[in-house]
Design a protein around this ligand. Structure first.
Ligand code: OFO
Length: 176
């Protein structure tokens, strides 16, 4: 059984993860329209992952006798200034999610809610990995540059990440 304030905070986290899923979906669509297939596939997968993160919290709340609420999602941006701008936004959003997870952890400590504290460990690790991945992508974009001529090489880098992820998952590399 979780407290009402923890239930509310976890429901807010659901909304944040849900928004990430829709934001990354919108970004995938923009990339696909720009002919950036590697970036698009990467973002489609990230969007799916964020939905998974949302559902994991959703199920947890109900499991511990709370009430998970399906969130209203604010409409994300549909266009982006550049690939660099897009990934800077992804990184900023991931940092925001990390801060929010850490606040949930602090609240769990304060409430001596060891069950939720334990549940959140997975998210702490996930956020560390996600932030590191997005930083790596941004570093590559800075190295390559994002002039129109460089976009092909950025897209190839994203494609390499997609292939590595697919190998790690033992799949064929297509998530949509
Ligand atoms: Fe679930 O926020 Fe990214 O990983």
């Amino acid at each position: 059984m979780i407290s009402k304030s923890m239930e509310k905070a976890l429901n807010q986290q659901i909304a944040l993860e849900g928004y990430a899923s829709y934001l990354y979906l919108s970004m995938a669509s923009w990339c696909e329209n720009e002919g950036l297939e590697g970036c698009a596939q990467f973002l489609y997968r990230q969007s799916d992952e964020e939905r998974g993160h949302m559902l994991r919290i959703f199920r947890y709340i109900n499991e511990v006798d709370g009430h998970a609420l399906s969130p209203g999602i604010k409409e994300p941006a549909h266009t982006f200034k550049s690939v660099r701008d897009l990934f800077e936004q992804v990184y900023a959003h991931e940092q925001k999610v990390t801060r929010s997870i850490h606040e949930l952890v602090s609240q769990s400590y304060e409430e001596k809610d060891h069950t939720t504290l334990n549940f959140l460990q997975w998210y702490i690790n996930e956020q560390r990995e996600e932030e590191a991945l997005m930083r790596t992508i941004l570093d590559k974009i800075k190295l390559i540059g994002d002039t129109p001529q460089s976009l092909y090489f950025i897209d190839m880098e994203l494609d390499k990440i997609n292939q590595m992820t697919a190998q790690a998952e033992g799949g064929e590399g297509e998530s949509v």
